[in-house]
Design a protein around this ligand. Structure first.
Ligand code: TIU
Length: 222
């Protein structure tokens, strides 16, 4: 058994049941000209967490623990993108439109790729997901069952959208979830603060939070 100094209380884990899920660290959310910016966001905040996310990924890799990556993206024919998602609001570019990094949020396009610094290595699972949550319309749960993973550490973007949605999906499915505070980011600083607080409120109603250093320290002694 290992322990991570976490909020609202210590996170106890069995190393064999642990996996890291890195949510949507894609160029489309982190670079100018992508989906995030098309929604009116300043994407520079996302770039800042890349080295910290990398440190967390490398910690899991060094211990031969599973690292799973997700990508929010759609088929080129948009058959998995409901009009309610594509037509929402007045973005400069909609999902599927041609942008400076290729068609926005379409599988296989340059902008849809995971940032090169955080790219999956051979053998790591990559989940392409059409929704905000990584369990919806994907094989994520089957992969976790096969791996024997019951306790999930989360990183990625954005905290209150795809990360929180996925943590809530996982929590309802019986996984214990911990969010790495400094390896996640939002376009809205106040939403990140609020998401972290609501996740760990009420005795970890959705899960735990801890800094990357605390997670790595826990892995060292797990
Ligand atoms: N817009 C926003 O905050 N997020 C997303 O659209 N997707 C993810 O969070 N990955």
């Amino acid at each position: 058994m290992g322990t991570i100094a976490a909020e609202p209380f210590v996170f106890t884990f069995e190393p064999r049941s642990l996996a890291l899920i890195v949510i949507d660290m894609q160029r489309d959310f982190a670079e100018p000209g992508g989906f995030g910016e098309s929604l009116g966001n300043d994407v520079s905040r996302i770039q800042a967490i890349v080295p910290t996310v990398r440190r967390l990924i490398e910690g899991f890799r060094a211990r031969h623990l599973p690292v799973i990556h997700t990508m929010e993206c759609h088929r080129p024919d948009l058959s998995d993108c409901p009009p309610a998602k594509r037509d929402r609001g007045q973005p400069r570019l909609r999902i599927g439109d041609a942008g400076p990094m290729g068609r926005v949020l379409i599988a296989g396009e340059a902008g849809t790729a995971i940032l090169p610094e955080l790219a999956p290595i051979a053998g790591e699972i990559v989940i392409e997901k059409p929704g905000k949550g990584a369990f919806y319309a994907t094989a994520l749960q089957d992969h976790l069952t096969r791996l024997g993973a019951r306790q999930l550490v989360f990183a990625g973007v954005t905290t209150e959208v795809c990360v929180q949605t996925t943590m809530r999906e996982a929590n309802d499915r019986g996984y214990e979830c911990l969010l790495a505070e400094d390896a996640t980011e939002s376009y809205f600083p106040q939403f990140k603060v609020a998401a972290l607080e609501m996740i760990r409120a009420q005795g970890a109603i959705v899960g735990w939070t801890a800094r990357v250093d605390q997670v790595l320290e826990g892995l060292n002694h797990g």
